[in-house]
Ligand binder design. Sequence first.
Ligand SMILES: O=C(O)CCC(=O)C(=O)O
Length: 313
Amino acid sequence: MQTNAVRPPSVPALDGFRPAASQAPFRDLTEAELDAFRRDGVICLRQLYGSEWRYALSEALDAVGLRDSGQRTKIKSGVFEWLSNDLIRDFILFGPTAKPVAQALGARRLNSFGDQVFIKDGLLMEPTPWHHDSTFFPIDGDQVASVWTALDPVTADGSALEFVIGSHLWPNRYKAIGIGGVDHSTRELEALPDIEAHRGDYEIRSWDLEPGDALLFHGFTLHGSRGNATAQRRRAIATRWTGNDVTYSASRPSPWAHGLLPGDAMSGPIFPQVLPHLIEAEVADRLRGPLLPDPEKIRARLAHIETSAPVSA
Ligand SMILES: O=C(O)CCC(=O)C(=O)O
C-alpha cells in the first residue's frame, strides 16, 4: 500500500548529513551468491556500505563504546541501539541492508529485529562464544538472518567472525551462550559441542574485511570470534532481520513494549516491517523520538546477566 510508505527523513544527529539519500540501493545478489547462502549459510558482500554510512556508523558505535557494558565482559556491547540512536535507526530503516537480506532469505516481507554492537579493544583477548543467533531470539521460524559489519579493518588475528560452514542445515538447536558465558536461551536446548577444541572436525571459514564489507548469515549458522590479538580496536555492528515465516514466541519478556502475543507475525514499533516498504503507523513514533525500555525490565535483565553462573560454550 504505497500510501503508507515512509520517505527517508533528514538525519538530525549530524547536521546536513543525509546518508539515506546518498547511496543507491545495493545491487541484486547473483545466483552464485544465493546458492552459496543456501549451501554455506554465510556470504561476504564487499562494499555493501558506502563512505557516508561508514561515517555515520563510526559515530554511532563510538557512542556505545563510551558506555560500560558491565562486569561480566570487557567487550563493549549494546542491543536495540536503533531505538535511541538516530543514525542506527536510519541505517536500519533506510539503509542498503534489507534488500540483499530479503533476497537471500527468499522473503516477501522483511522486518527489523534490531541491532547489536560489539566493540573489542586492541589486545582484548575475550572471545565471542560459538553460537547461532536464532536461539537467542523469542521467535519461531526459519527466515532469520544477521548482517555483521566492522568499522575497522578485520583480520583473522583481529577477532574476525568465524563460521561453521553449512551448520544452518543441521537439525540441532543449541543453548544461546553469549559473551561472558551468560545463558540467554529462550527455551530448553542442547549444549553446543566443543567446536573450539575440535576445530579440525568442522569446516570453519572467516574473511578479512575492509570497512564497508559485510557478512550476511543465516540465523542458524554457528559463528563466534576469537580475541583481538592486534593493537587496533575492532568496532562491529550486526543488524538482525526476520522474514514472513517468522512469528513471535513469548519465551522471554521484552524490556520494550512491542504488543505482540505468541504466534503473532512480527510487526509494530519495535519490530517494524522494512520491506516491501515501511509502514507509517509502525515507525512514526520512532521517527519522532527515542523509544525507551521499561527500566524495571532492564534492571531484571541486567541482574540475570550479572548473577547467572557462567556457562562455557
Ligand atoms: O562481533 C562479535 O564478536 C560477535 C558477533 C556475533 O556473534 C553476532 O553478530 O551474532
